[in-house]
Design a binder for this molecule. Structure first.
Ligand code: PEP
Length: 255
């Protein structure tokens, strides 16, 4: 009932030339993977080139962030309408690097989600606990808080378009992924809260993906968990072959 999703977050890597090389190699590799949605999220300057090069393919383009105003005197910021115009169909919001390095909060995440919907961009909203919070057994409370505040005002109809990415902060870029059981527990909890707050129908259609040191070797066990609908991949998505292997292994595991 939910189309699995594998998304690559390129972070601040790849020039336009490197982006073109990557997507030209990726496009034919993944063309037969039809049962998993595949997304790449280049840096802002490469979005347009990536989208043009991937036009008519089964790979969609996401941005890594947006600002909530439509236009105006906001030096350095980029609006949802601009990203849509550049060819993006989705946008990552509230990545833990944005929260820890750039002061984003659940309140700014909430405004950005509204802006994404206004621009017809599907939000990929990142949530997840720090190591301290996990060690203090606060994981599920943190997730509740991030969902409640971040998704405040989101309707059940909108939830179906939104993707939640559970990304335990301690697993991002560390090589240390959550165990399938840890991911499964968090995802089951998220699904249950979504049912409670948005209704079963919308909750069962909302994709909840896992992120944190996903590799070709661990993707199968992670997506074997019933509420894990795919992955947000950082480091491994920079390598065409590794990203293809993740998408292919996920597609096989979901079959
Ligand atoms: C991410 O940046 O969203 C991420 C999960 O990174 P990595 O796969 O490198 O841990």
């Amino acid at each position: 009932m939910r189309t699995p999703l594998i998304a690559g977050n390129w972070k601040m890597f790849k020039t336009i030339a490197e982006t073109m090389k990557h997507v030209k190699a990726l496009r034919p590799l993944v063309k037969d993977i039809t049962d998993v949605e595949i997304v790449v999220a280049p840096a802002f300057p490469s979005i347009h080139a990536a989208a043009e090069s991937l036009r008519g393919s089964n790979v969609l383009v996401a941005a890594q962030d947006l600002y909530w105003e439509r236009e105006g005197a906001f030096t350095g910021e980029v609006s949802g309408a601009m990203l849509k115009d550049a060819g993006a169909d989705l946008v990552i919001i509230g990545h833990s690097e944005r929260r820890t390095l750039f002061g984003e909060t659940d309140a700014t995440v909430n405004r950005k989600i509204g802006a994404a919907f206004a621009a017809d961009l599907a939000p990929i909203v990142c949530i997840g606990e720090t190591l301290d919070q996990r060690e203090r057994s606060e994981t599920l409370d943190v997730l509740d808080r991030q969902i409640r505040a971040g998704l405040d005002g989101v309707t059940s109809g909108q939830l179906v378009q939104l993707v939640l990415a559970y990304e335990p902060v301690w697993a991002i870029g560390t090589g240390r992924n959550a165990t399938p059981d840890q991911a499964g527990e968090a995802h089951a909890h998220i699904r249950q809260r979504l049912r409670q707050w948005f209704g079963a129908e919308a909750a069962d259609l909302c994709r909840v993906i896992y992120g944190g040191s996903v590799k070709p070797e661990n993707i199968r066990d992670l997506v074997a968990q019933p509420d894990v609908d795919g992955a947000l991949v950082g480091g491994a998505s920079l390598d065409v072959k590794a990203f293809f292997d993740i998408a292919r292994n996920a597609a096989e595991a979901f079959r």
